[in-house]
Write a protein that binds this ligand. Structure first.
Ligand code: ARG
Length: 269
């Protein structure tokens, strides 16, 4: 009996080594396929470019101004790309597809007011955080929902953007049945203004932008913890992660990041 177990264990070990070896040589040849950027000792999906995946309905981090996408994330990514000698290319996709696209090397970075979570860290690397946010609840003015408890205790329906931390927290707290998931935060807000749902759970800064842009809405604070926003990258691309972290450190040091955030979120006083 013991022998069989030893045998199985060693077989499994050999199999694992085989897999590890295949994985190593696999990723090695993969990297040769991606163009080495001339700008430093890192590789990007396309030579000379930094391809950023975002979901551009999340003001003031990313939003459309005419045909162009602007916002805090865009300006920070532009400043980083500049430092690395790369051209920034922005791709607007569903928030829920960003991590998979980064994992499969379609995009170099996901930059989308994305919260660093333990679960996401299983799939991607995150840069040093460059901003923070907290989940807020938007309700109609005069709503009987006055705080998170009245929301949880009632039978209200809450709109969220699919796959966001708002989705995760609300699903945990009130259960799947009372959640409506939307591809865009803006669609959730539209459903609220149309009276189709009772509340929207979304990060505080977009919440303020949506409330400012729509009559008759108001924001409730929540007891959720503050979230760190960072860019996500493919786990294999540590060189690019280090290069971006170096750039972010310089941009923090010289006040560029603060200035970009202050431009979109002026501090009071
Ligand atoms: N911070 C939240 C999260 O990471 C929401 C981010 C949504 N971002 C966006 N660009 N739509 O889950």
């Amino acid at each position: 009996m013991k022998k069989t177990i030893t045998k199985i264990v060693s077989l499994v070990l050999v199999a694992c080594m085989g897999v590890a070896f295949a994985a190593c040589s696999g990723s090695g040849s993969d990297e040769n396929n991606t163009d080495a950027s001339e700008a430093g000792s890192f590789t990007t999906v396309e030579e000379g470019k930094l391809i950023m995946a975002t979901n551009a309905y999340f003001p003031p981090y990313e939003f459309y101004e005419g045909d162009a996408i602007s916002g805090i994330d865009v300006e920070i990514a532009e400043a980083v790309a500049d430092k690395l000698g790369l051209e920034l290319v922005i791709v607007d996709i569903e928030f829920d597809s960003i991590i998979a696209g980064v994992q499969t090397n379609k995009y170099d970075i996901g930059c989308a007011g994305m919260t660093v979570t333990e679960e996401r860290l299983q799939s991607v690397n995150f840069t040093t955080p460059y901003a923070t946010g907290i989940q807020s609840i938007i309700v109609a003015e005069g709503s009987p929902i006055t705080d998170i408890d009245s929301l949880i205790d009632g039978d209200y329906v809450v709109g969220v953007q699919q796959g966001t931390t708002g989705d995760i927290y609300m699903t945990d707290d009130i259960g799947d049945d009372r959640i409506e998931r939307y591809n865009k935060g803006a669609d959730a807000v539209l459903a609220l203004t149309n009276g189709q749902i009772d509340a929207v759970c979304i990060d505080n800064q977009p919440a303020q932008a949506f409330v400012a842009a729509n009559e008759g809405l108001t924001i409730l604070d929540t007891p959720y913890t503050e979230e760190d926003y960072a860019m996500c990258l493919n786990k294999e691309n540590e060189d690019l992660l280090n290069a971006i972290n170096d750039a972010l450190a310089e941009l923090t040091e010289d006040g560029t990041i603060d200035a970009i955030i202050e431009k979109y979120i002026p501090s009071e006083g």
